[in-house]
Design a protein around this ligand. Sequence first.
Ligand code: ADP
Ligand code: MG
Length: 185
Amino acid sequence: MTQNDISIRKKELRKQIKEKKKNFSPEDAAVHSEKIFSQLESLTQFQRAEVVLAYWSLPDEVSTHNFIQKWASKKRIVLPIVIGDTLELRAFNGLKNLVTSNSFGIQEPKTEELINPHVVDFAIIPGVAFDKKGNRLGRGKGFYDRFLKQTTAYKVAVGFDFQIIDNVPVSSFDVPMDIVLSTKK
Ligand code: ADP
Ligand code: MG
């Protein structure tokens, strides 16, 4: 496949997954999210981690809100903020300090201090589709591909079962995950 074919295939897949999402209720999402995070908490890499990169979930993503609030007092939780084409990191410092200042509707911590990506030892990453080999398809802007080049963190993708497919098309700049967690059997 040429680079152009791969990019067309990625676009088709994003559309297909968006359709499948419509059959998945907020109740399904809550149940699956809880199970996924309980698997995540049992990983030794998580148990040993001191600085954990999470994301503050949008309604169509594996929900992180309970997880983040549960762990915020025990580990250092950091969240991405969107600056132009890049992701930068800030410490999660409570619900009341989350603000939406980007065009994607994502809530971000409103502190001055940036966290160096090198200090993250465990990264939780959302996406549109994943395969068992760890390949990841995002929303199409390559944010995590650019960001993850800067860190050696253990990379854990989280996705609903309909987001796990046989083969995600990959480009040279796509950064693979170390493990993909879902409730797919
Ligand atoms: P996503 O990972 O969100 O699914 P893609 O993998 O399709 O998105 O990447 C989107 C665009 O981001 C690509 O066309 C590419 O130009 C750009 N991109 C991805 N990774 C890098 C990188 N490491 N350096 C520069 N540009 C990148
Ligand atoms: Mg990519």
